[in-house]
Write a protein that binds this ligand. Structure first.
Ligand SMILES: Cc1cc2nc3c(=O)[nH]c(=O)nc-3n(C[C@H](O)[C@H](O)[C@H](O)COP(=O)(O)OP(=O)(O)OC[C@H]3O[C@@H](n4cnc5c(N)ncnc54)[C@H](O)[C@@H]3O)c2cc1C
Length: 497
């Protein structure tokens, strides 16, 4: 590899990596599949996980994959190669495939909707039967899925890759149609079946309108912009903060259209559950000590959950959950802490709404969802093997999984080889040996041109490269913006990384 002739672009990237303190060897490794792969889930997969050297089988079986987004296409590609004698069917309604991470770059004015779309037909592997339909009923006791228009489909093995649903209506007064109107935006809004990503476009318009309002305001009489995060699991947990920081940086005059620094004319309120910006201390420290102070106009409203919105009056109503000191307990030598709830109304000029998210109905209403508890309705699977807890011929991939971590495309990339190996082991009547370690990646955009590449798993931080993972870097931004998308289409969707 050291002798490889580098292209001009590679030389530029190599220099940048060396400036980041990397050895030439590591820099070259990173420039291989690794660099951009990092944004989608860590270093190149190990030999046993990658295509070469991964498990395969001559066994015959009927495998049905439900869902044709990130996880479904990864599984179709991997299983087609790994199980050449299997009859593989994918049930997926969508003609268009969206590269959803690109919605944040759309919001930042750097991609358009066309940049993140591809016909799903271009991605479907040859030899896989595609039923363009959706599953209405999962009947795992009969090993059948029932589609809306194409009747029942029988399977020996099932892979659930349905993703999740947005629940805008879970906020009183809110509905998707309001995005782009009356100061409301939401980067998440997309329609995976129609193949539209209106949230990205609307949020870029919102950035510009916010800036125009800030130009007319003053520090003494600022514009109020609220950024919310719900109390449900969400895909790409960093996206609410990505929008907060990118829009604030855009107000500083950074971003594609430039301008003067007007960010002090905006009072930014970040409203979320909990009292931390990030669950892991090192990543949280960077956000608290470096990123938030760098802007200076952001106030964190801890434990404020958006419950209601009045778009006409521009008033957002939050449930504020807080603790107060109760009675002193002389035995424990401490005060009881009592949870209190209050309703807080905040007037705003602009609001970025992150919808509550929930498992798709067809899974939540089936025997495949967890029957109770925090993960109620999400696919009830083992967090390591990704096999269903009860129905051993059912596996899952992607956002639908009812496991503690991993609602990102990068996680789905790591689920892929685990499901492949374990499903094949199950086909051959062997023990399941592959384990998902909880890998999740959050390329947190802290400003235009910088990303903190937060990687973690069930055990804590899990950096893939020998660089301080808590430091926001230009190099991650460059990989994300320029290299990741082609790698998603050409490698990840082909099950090659
Ligand atoms: C704004 C935004 C930013 C993001 N940023 C990042 C990032 O930086 N890095 C990262 O790794 N990830 C990111 N993600 C997350 C990533 O896109 C998802 O985690 C990933 O797409 C999940 O894949 P999936 O297959 O589970 O779901 P999806 O890709 O959403 O696909 C699910 C598919 O299943 C279909 N479906 C649903 N129900 C049925 C049914 N009953 N029958 C048949 N088909 C069905 C749907 O139509 C859909 O096409 C981001 C997402 C968004 C929205």
């Amino acid at each position: 590899m050291n002798k490889k002739e580098l292209t001009h672009a590679e030389k530029v990237i190599e220099d940048l990596l060396k400036k980041e303190g990397m050895s030439r060897r590591d820099a070259l490794k990173l420039m291989g599949v690794g660099g951009a792969a990092a944004m989608l889930g860590g270093a190149p997969l190990s030999a046993s996980q990658s295509d070469e050297g991964s498990s395969s089988s001559e066994a015959k079986a009927k495998i049905v994959i439900v869902g044709g987004g990130t996880g479904g296409v990864i599984m179709a590609a991997r299983l087609r190669r790994a199980a050449p004698n299997a009859e593989i069917t994918i049930v997926a309604p969508n003609d268009i495939h969206l590269y959803q991470p690109g919605q944040v770059f759309m919001a930042a004015g750097l991609y358009t909707e066309e940049d993140i779309k591809k016909p799903n037909a271009d991605l479907m592997p040859g030899g896989v039967k595609w039923i363009k339909d959706e599953v209405r009923i999962f009947d795992p006791d009969a090993n059948i899925v029932e589609t809306a228009k194409n009747g029942k489909v029988k399977y020996d093995f099932l892979v659930v890759a349905t993703g999740l649903e947005y629940n805008y209506e879970g906020i009183e007064g809110m509905r998707p149609e309001l995005v782009g109107q009356k100061g409301i935006s939401s980067v998440y809004l997309n329609d995976p079946v129609k193949g539209t990503a209106r949230g990205g476009t609307a949020t870029w318009e919102w950035f510009k309108k916010l800036r125009a309002a800030a130009e007319k305001a003053s520090e003494a009489n600022p514009v109020t912009a609220i950024y919310t995060q719900p109390d449900t699991p969400i895909k790409c947990g960093g996206a609410p903060q990505k929008i907060l920081y990118l829009s604030d940086d855009f107000l500083r005059g950074n971003g594609p259209t430039g301008g003067t620094d007007v960010h002090k004319n905006v009072k930014a309120l970040f409203c979320k559950k909990g009292t931390k910006l990030f669950g892991l201390p090192d990543y949280n420290k960077t956000l608290v000590d470096e990123v938030t102070p760098m802007y200076g106009n952001i106030t964190d409203k801890w434990n404020h959950i958006l419950r209601k919105i009045d778009p006409e009056k521009r008033v957002a109503t939050f449930e504020h959950i807080y603790l107060v000191k109760g009675e002193y307990d002389p035995n424990l030598e401490e005060y009881d802490m009592i949870t209190k709830r209050e309703t807080v109304e905040i007037e705003y000029d602009f609001i970025h709404v992150v919808p509550p998210m929930k498992p798709v109905k067809s899974i939540a209403n089936s025997p495949l969802g967890w029957p109770k508890g925090n993960a109620k309705g999400w696919l009830a699977c083992d967090r390591y093997t990704l096999q269903h807890m009860k129905y051993k011929n059912v596996f899952g991939i992607g956002d639908i999984l009812g496991i503690p971590l991993g609602k990102t495309g990068g996680s789905a990339r790591h689920h892929g080889p685990v499901v492949q190996e374990n499903l094949i082991a199950a086909m051959e009547g062997k023990d399941l040996s592959a384990k998902f370690d909880g890998y999740t990646v959050c390329p947190l955009k802290t400003q235009y041109g910088k990303i903190m590449l937060a990687e973690f798993n069930y055990d804590g931080p899990a950096p893939s490269f020998p660089l301080d993972p808590a430091k926001p870097r230009w190099i991650w931004w460059a990989f994300d913006l320029y290299m990741l998308k082609p790698m998603y289409w050409n490698l990840m969707m082909r099950g090659l990384m």
